[in-house]
Design a protein. Structure first.
Length: 278
């Protein structure tokens, strides 16, 4: 089950999206995430769907692989949808005892679930098509101006890279510990919620100890190789912008510009103003 968690992992393929400059992908993902809060209604989300679908098709990442990565957050999607479905006042569509469903609640539940799904899939496309090393270099280059105010940019980028790199390792380690505990008679599926949480303690403790051991071994290995941060460091592959990067930027600006067409003209959604329109 844990192997279904593909978020944060790199998927090797030969595609246009994989060959894009990692700096372009980081900026593009940030612009995409912000633009999701600008689009409203079915027409707006249809534009987002077409754009995201085009990126997925160009990346050559299997759609089944992306859907499999969404399984761990399925519970969060369901809770979000139910919270908006039953917690929104408006025109009543269905009422039975203490259960009330409104037309506004249905719309909000649908759009909030779509937005959350698009946020996760869109941000995951960056990690699917970018190696941890490329992501580290891109973040370090983009945050380079912050070094003038003594911000440890290289350390921050390196921590993000190591965190992404250790996700598959921790997932594999967790599965081994669970299998070992089950062989000793541990039960993780029966009982109430409190009992299931207590049953996870024999898994979490060895996992934390293993993580600390791996981190200590990694720090020792980096120290033995005379690692001293990013100062004076050279790179084998120098990042350069190509025509495809500028074309992607133009497509992204075109995607954001569609939001300001008269047919999609509406006020920007705030965190509290969530009255979606058709």
């Amino acid at each position: 089950m844990l192997r279904d968690m593909t978020i944060g992992q790199f998927y090797p393929a030969e595609s246009v999206i994989h060959r894009l400059d990692p700096r372009v992908k980081v900026v593009g993902v940030l612009a995409y995430l912000i633009s999701l809060f600008l689009f409203r209604g079915f027409v707006g989300y249809a534009v987002v769907t077409v754009f995201l679908g085009t990126v997925i098709a160009l990346s050559k990442v299997p759609f089944r692989y992306i859907v499999r990565g969404m399984k761990p957050i399925l519970f969060l999607l369901i809770v979000t949808a139910l919270f908006n479905l039953f917690g929104t006042s408006g025109d009543v569509v269905f009422h039975w005892k203490f259960i009330t469903i409104t037309w506004q609640g249905i719309r909000k539940a649908v759009f909030m679930s779509m937005r959350l799904s698009y946020l996760i899939v869109g941000s995951s496309m960056m990690t699917y098509t970018t190696t941890p090393n490329q992501l580290t270099d891109a973040i370090e280059k983009l945050l380079k101006p912050l070094e003038k105010i003594k911000v440890p940019v290289h350390d921050f980028a390196m921590m993000m890279s190591l965190a992404l790199r250790f996700i598959p390792t921790l997932v594999e380690e967790t599965e081994k510990i669970i299998a070992a505990q089950k062989s000793r008679g541990a039960d993780f599926t029966s009982g109430n919620l409190l009992r299931r949480v207590k049953a996870l303690i024999p898994v979490l403790v060895p996992l934390l100890l293993s993580s600390f051991r791996r981190a200590d071994e990694l720090a020792l290995a980096m120290e033995c190789r005379c690692y001293h941060g990013g100062e004076g460091r050279t790179r084998m592959k120098v990042m350069q912008l190509h025509a495809r990067d500028f074309l992607f930027f133009f497509s992204l600006l075109l995607f954001i510009g569609v939001r300001f067409l008269p047919m999609l003209d509406c006020s920007v959604i705030g965190l509290e103003d969530m009255n979606f329109t058709f």
